[in-house]
Each structure stands twice: as C-alpha cells, then as structure tokens.
Design a protein around this ligand. Structure first.
Ligand SMILES: Nc1nc2c(ncn2[C@@H]2O[C@@H]3COP(=O)(O)O[C@H]4[C@@H](O)[C@H](n5cnc6c(=O)[nH]c(N)nc65)O[C@@H]4COP(=O)(O)O[C@H]3[C@H]2O)c(=O)[nH]1
Length: 511
C-alpha cells in the first residue's frame, strides 16, 4: 500500500484545533467574567445612588413639611418656626442643619437662631427639576472644625447634609467618584463633587449612573489589575478548564483523524464515491499460451495511496457492503467492456462474488437486470469455498445461475474450508488451484503433491482446472505435465487495464 500519510500536517491540525479550543474557552470565560464584573460595578453604583436618593427624598420632604407649616404663619424666624426647624432637624436622620432663607438672605438657622445680620446667599450650583437649589460644597463652621456640606434649599428652608455622610453612603469597594450629572455642570468645574479615591490610572472598567431627585451621578472605574485581583481564583479555574478542554479536543481530533485516515473509513468513503476500478488478469490455455479469458480484480486508491484487496475486501465484508461493492465492480466492468469486439469468442470473464450474496440471492438480480448479457462473453462466478455455499438457499441460487448460462468457479480451492460434497451440489465448472500450491511446487511441501489429486477430483466432477499464481516457466511446464489445462499468473500477465488486455490479445492474434 502506497500511503501518503502526512503526520506533520495531522499534528499541526491537532495542535491548531486544541489551541483554538483552549483560547476560545479562555477568551469566552474571560469576557463573561469581565461582563460579570461590569455588572457588579453597576449594582454597586445603583445601590449607592439609591442610598443618596433616600437621603435626598428625606431632606426634600422635611423641607416641604416646614414650608407647609410656614404658609400658616406670618412670622419669619419666630420661636415657633425655630422650634419646628429644630424638631425637623432632630427627627430627620440625615439633616444636620436647617436654615430659613428669605429673598436670597439667610435669616436664621436651627443651630444659631436668628442671625444678627442676614447673610447673603450665593447663586446655587444647580437647581433640580422640582425647583430645589443645591450647593455642593458649602463650608460650614459650627464648632472649631469646618465641615464641607451639601445644602439643599426648597421654598423658604434649606437643609444641610454632611459630605462625609454622603460619601459614607457610597460603600464601594473599588475606585469611584461622586460627581454631578452632566448638564448641571455647565457652571461647575469638572469633578466639583469629587469624593473618595477619584482618579484611576486606567479606565478598563467604567460605570456611570445618576439619580433623578438630585443631579448626582456616580462614576466607578476599575483597572484591569483590580479586576484580575478580584477574579483571581475564577480566572485560574478557567485557565485549568481551558487547558483540559484543549487537551480533550487534541485527543478527540487525533482520534477523529486516526479514524478518518483508517483503511476502514477510506474504503467506505471510496465505496460511497464509487472510487473502485477494475483490472483484468489474463487466463490462458497453458498448452498454447492463448488468452481465453480474464479475471476481474478490484482496485482502490485515494489521495493517500492505494489499498490492496487483501485489506479492503475484509472491510467490505465486515461492514456488510458486499453487494453494493459487487454492483459497483460490475458497473465498472460493464463500462470497460464497451469495446469487446476484439475479444476472442467465447471469452470468459471471471468475477469474484461473496458467498453471502449468493446465499441471500442478491446475485439473482443479475438475471433480471440483464447487465451481464453480452454476445460471446461467458461469465464465471468465482466464489471462495465457504460453509455458506453448503446451505440449501445457496445451492438453489447457484443452480438457477447455472440454468441461465453462468458458470461457477471455486476460487482458492484447497485452502480453508473444504467440503468436497458442496462442489458436487452446485455443479461446479472450474476449480481454481490456490497460488500457495503453485508457489510450493518444486519444493518438499506436501501441498504441491496435492495438485494431481485436485486434477483428479476436477475430472470426476467434470470441471476444468485453472492454476493461479504461475510465475515461471518451470511451474508452467510442471502444471502442463500433471494435466492442468488453464492458468493465470504474472508469467502471462499481471492484472492490467482493459485496453492493455485487448492489446495483448490483439498482439497474440497477430503473431
Ligand atoms: N504473487 C502473485 N500473485 C498473483 C499472481 N497472479 C495473480 N495474483 C494475484 O492473486 C489474486 C488472485 O485473485 P483471487 O484469488 O480471486 O483473490 C482475490 C479475491 O479473492 C479478492 N478480490 C479482488 N477483487 C475482488 C472483487 O472484485 N470482488 C471480490 N469479491 N473479491 C475480490 O481479493 C483477492 C486478492 O486480489 P489481488 O490482490 O488482486 O490478487 C490477485 C492477483 O493479483 C502471481 O503470479 N503471483
């Protein structure tokens, strides 16, 4: 078998596929984990903003309540109003100070009472949709310490929230920054409300989310390094999974390639593709050397090389494709026989059949199809001795074939299964002596001494004898001497194309 296997190419395929699977797995898991991390940041941002929204709602509703009460009173900063301001501050969980504002001046506060001199208030940093004014960074000094506070004014009252407190609410475990929403920043410098660890060196991950009550936004950003630190275990786990998958795919691909390249797979693919062809080996009359027929022998080859019949016949047998195979061979042969005019008449063409196709009567299809009916051609069904030929079904099929003019030859006679009564049962026309008997001629082997007995048996059942595998003139002469009349072998011609066979016959006719 001329195999053109290319192991380097196969190895490259295995490596390529396994590396691809490994990388694809890791890349997919890495992308999913990144998405997961991004989602986590989003959750963190919205959870923090929810907290701030709760505070904003509390402050605004407290201020609304104070405004509603103030509407019933004509007095600014009277004792009742101050008391209500202090009570509101006391009750609220978030307000650290409440002031009364009139015409842009701060008149009194819950902590200081009425101011000796009203303080003019600056323009707010922004105004919310509901009309509340917001100052982001207001320095407030009540004690020795000056605090940065956010002040929200709604109606006549303003409430104070500690910046530290807001920052405390933003419980993020990554780099983050509290910011004002875009659109409100026109008058403000970038990062006006920057709080906490503001800048990160890289913005591999970035989440930006805002609330509606106040124009607050949170920007969370994280570096790749931070992501890797957070997902270290998962990433290591996926590296291991990717490696295992790469390993499994390497094993899978190499086993697939092995199966794909196997003789069995190649033969079955070749059969589906009709890639078998026929060669013909001449059968000669030993006394004259004249070609009186031929044996059709199947050949198979694909891009990887040729596969010998000894290898593909068992595959066809074990895969139960014997009849499709035989039909293919017969079709090939029929195409070759287009130009049979040059053949001597009658010309014998031996075709090999599988015993099971005789037993299950597939061969009878040849009778109805008429595929093998050619003027001057005598078809010979070659079957190897086999216990399946002993069955009643087989005998009946062979008798039917004989009735329709087909001859029967027992191939490889004398080897393997041997049941002499069988060759009587189905009217055997030819016994083909296996080439192991011929190659043993001239030596001490018992085999060669059996040849005269085979000739006797053939004479008794009225069959012809064809000796197979004649390679030299010594064997040729010895066979003639023991009464064998026909033979085939390399001495007369190896299996050849039909054109070569026709040329050989023509050359014989001319000489
Ligand atoms: N060393 C040596 N060999 C010689 C000589 N003369 C002929 N041969 C080989 O002997 C085999 C004869 O065919 P077989 O006994 O029917 O044995 C055949 C036959 O049983 C089977 N086979 C081949 N083609 C078909 C087919 O189309 N159908 C079936 N069912 N079996 C086939 O495969 C076997 C092997 O076929 P091949 O390899 O073509 O081998 C052929 C032929 O090439 C010789 O002088 N020296």
């Amino acid at each position: 078998m001329n195999s053109k296997a290319n192991p380097i190419f196969d190895k490259v395929c295995v490596i390529f596929v396994s590396v691809l699977v490994g990388l694809a797995t890791y890349y997919t898991s890495y992308t999913l984990l990144k998405g997961d991390f991004q989602l986590l940041l989003q959750h963190q941002a919205s959870a923090s903003l929810n907290q701030i929204e709760v505070v904003a709602d509390d402050v605004l509703s407290t201020l609304d309540t104070l405004n509603a009460r103030k509407a019933d009173s004509n007095q600014d900063c009277d004792a009742d109003t101050l008391l209500e301001m202090r009570q509101a501050m006391f009750v609220s969980a978030n307000i650290k100070g409440v002031s009364f504002v009139k015409d842009g001046y701060l008149i009194c506060s819950a902590a200081l009472g009425r101011l000796e001199q009203a303080v003019q208030i600056e323009e707010p940093d922004f105004t919310t949709e509901s009309g509340a004014a917001v100052w982001i960074d207001v320095p407030i000094r009540l004690t020795d310490q000056e605090l940065q506070a956010m002040v929200i004014q709604s109606g006549s009252f303003s409430g104070v929230i500690h910046r530290d407190f807001l920052e405390h609410l933003v419980g993020l475990n990554t780099a983050w920054r509290l910011d004002v929403a875009e659109g409100f920043t026109s008058r403000l410098e970038d990062g006006l409300v920057a709080a906490g660890p503001a800048r990160t060196p890289s913005k591999a991950f970035k989440v930006h989310d805002c609330i509606e009550t106040l124009p607050f936004c949170i920007t969370i950003s994280a570096t790749n390094l931070f992501f890797h630190q957070q997902y270290y275990q998962a990433l290591v786990g996926w590296v291991a999974v990717s490696f295992l998958l790469a390993l499994f795919s390497a094993l899978g691909v190499s086993s697939f390639i092995r199966r794909y390249r196997s003789i069995e797979a190649r033969v079955i693919r070749g059969l589906s593709a009709g890639a078998f062809r026929c060669l013909y080996q001449p059968i000669v009359e030993l006394a004259s050397g004249k070609i009186i027929g031929c044996e059709a022998l199947a050949r198979f080859g694909d891009a990887r090389g040729d596969i010998a019949p000894d290898l593909f016949i068992p595959v066809i047998h074990s895969r139960k494709k014997t009849w499709p195979f035989t039909q293919l061979i017969i079709n090939q042969m029929r195409d070759d026989l287009e130009s049979i005019s040059a053949l001597p008449k009658p010309f014998k063409i031996n075709i090999n059949f599988f015993a099971q196709d005789i037993e299950n009567a597939h061969v009878l299809e040849l009778l109805s199809s008429g595929e093998l009916q050619r003027e001057g051609i005598q078809y010979v069904l070659e079957v190897t001795e086999n216990e399946r030929l002993s069955t009643l079904e087989s005998s009946e099929v062979l008798v039917t074939m004989a009735d329709h003019g087909y001859q029967i030859a027992v191939d490889d006679f004398g080897t393997g299964y041997s049941n002499l009564s069988q060759i009587r049962d189905f009217q055997c026309n030819t016994l083909k002596i296996d080439r192991s008997f011929i190659s043993a001629m001239g030596g001490d082997s018992v085999r060669s001494t059996l040849i005269p007995h085979i000739v006797d048996i053939a004479a008794k059942i009225g069959a012809e004898v064809v000796a197979e595998g004649i390679e030299n003139s010594r064997q040729h002469q010895a066979l003639v001497d023991v009464g064998v009349h026909y033979g085939q072998g390399y001495l007369f011609g190896k299996p050849m194309s039909f054109e070569e066979l026709v040329s050989l016959i023509e050359a014989q006719n001319e000489s």
